[in-house]
Design a protein around this ligand. Structure first.
Ligand code: SF4
Length: 70
């Protein structure tokens, strides 16, 4: 089964699939307060608005990032 990590912000669940990530760094450049590869957890969705998170997730070139809304 594919590994998938989840990060919660309000009704939004950010899902990251490490095997799909091509480390393009688009997410880190767009939302540096959310994505920090040196931090743990490396995704802190509380540091951006839901709209900013969703538009950034949609821009992930590999689709390693996705989201679900309750
Ligand atoms: S934008 Fe997507 S593919 Fe690029 S580093 Fe972030 S998660 Fe990985």
């Amino acid at each position: 089964m594919e590994i998938s990590k989840e990060y919660q912000k309000d009704e939004l669940t950010v899902i990251w699939k490490p095997k799909k990530c091509i480390h393009s760094g688009v997410c880190v450049k767009t939302l540096p307060k959310v994505y920090d590869p040196n931090a743990s957890p490396w995704i802190k969705p509380e540091n951006a608005s839901l709209e900013a998170l969703k538009s950034q997730i949609n821009a992930c070139p590999s689709k390693a990032l996705s989201y679900q809304e309750l």
